[in-house]
Design a protein. Structure first.
Length: 43
């Protein structure tokens, strides 16, 4: 969905999502083709 919504390629999308995870802003749910991302809750 990110690729269609923002027009980024797969490599760029993966890079962006990995950076957001490192910053603790999102969390990865699932794996493979069923991967989705959710906003990380503030604790």
């Amino acid at each position: 969905m990110c690729i269609e919504t923002f027009g980024f390629g797969k490599t760029k999308s993966v890079s962006i999502f990995n950076k957001l995870m490192k910053l603790g802003l999102i969390k990865k749910v699932g794996s493979g083709s069923k991967t989705s991302y959710i906003l990380a809750s503030e604790d």
